[in-house]
Write a protein that binds this ligand. Structure first.
Ligand code: G3P
Ligand code: MG
Length: 245
């Protein structure tokens, strides 16, 4: 029998609170998620901030690109009201603020670098510096669809784990992971086949699948032997996986 997968709260517990906000992260902690996934960008004044999209329009009452707004300007926006009135007043968090908030938490933080379609010069170095400053290098995995960005992370800090995000059915991705120097692959869950999970395990490559919310998908991934499941409903995934394994 495989070990129980680590359940990562995708953008926090984002089915229950506005994604990538303190409220969503607090709920992830309350649900005892073993991991939390976040997305990061750089503000106009070079601060690492947590948000999924390049623009603030969908998840706040503001408009425009994060790269064109200073942290002070971003902090004037409401990032909770779009989700429901209960969350009016949520503001964007910097990576430092989240790490301070998680200082007593022993879970794994998965930081996804949003390095495309926009490119943020210096994002990798800033993230590495913040992780060093707040002593979170050992319990973090950096992921990105931009694998050049992950290579840059490895050059800056070889001990930091990296996970290769991708969509689609790659052939022998464990070989590619080794070639790039990655500890993990982060495939979209529906592209995974049992042989890939098996070979990754044989080759010491971690498999963290995203983003599975339906019980049947969560169960199939857990039975298939993935190391991590990234989900918007960590409470559901924790309950299901604790019952079955
Ligand atoms: O890291 C897994 C997942 O978050 C990747 O896609 O668009 O939700 O950031 P996205
Ligand atoms: Mg993400």
């Amino acid at each position: 029998m495989n070990n129980k997968p680590i359940i990562y709260a995708h953008r926090g517990s984002s089915a229950y609170a506005p994604e990538n906000t303190e409220a969503a992260f607090v709920r992830a902690l309350e649900m005892q998620a073993g991991g939390i996934e976040i997305d990061v960008h750089l503000s106009k004044d070079g601060r690492v901030v947590i948000c999924h999209d390049e623009k603030v329009d969908r998840v706040s009452n503001g408009t425009g690109y994060i790269k064109d707004l200073t942290l002070k300007e971003l902090k004037t926006l409401d990032f909770g009201a779009w989700f429901s009135d209960e969350f009016i007043g949520e503001s964007i968090l910097t990576l430092e603020e989240l790490l301070e908030m998680l200082s007593d938490w022993d879970g794994i933080l998965n930081i996804e670098l949003k390095q495309g379609p926009l490119q943020y010069e210096g994002l990798e170095a800033k993230v590495v510096n913040i992780l060093h400053k707040l002593k979170r290098v050992d319990s973090t995995i950096i992921s990105s669809f931009n694998h050049y960005s992950l290579r840059a992370i490895k050059e800056l800090e070889p001990s930091l784990k990296i996970g290769l995000l991708y969509v689609g059915g790659l052939v022998e991705p464990w070989k590619y992971a080794k070639y790039v120097g990655a500890e993990a692959i982060h495939p979209v869950f529906y592209s995974l086949v049992p042989s890939v999970i098996h070979e990754c395990r044989e080759n010491g490559i971690i498999v963290n699948a995203w983003t599975a919310d339906k019980p049947e998908h969560i169960q199939a991934l857990a039975l298939g032997g993935v190391h991590g499941i990234i989900t918007n409903v960590p409470d559901v995934a924790i309950k299901l996986t604790s019952q079955m394994l």
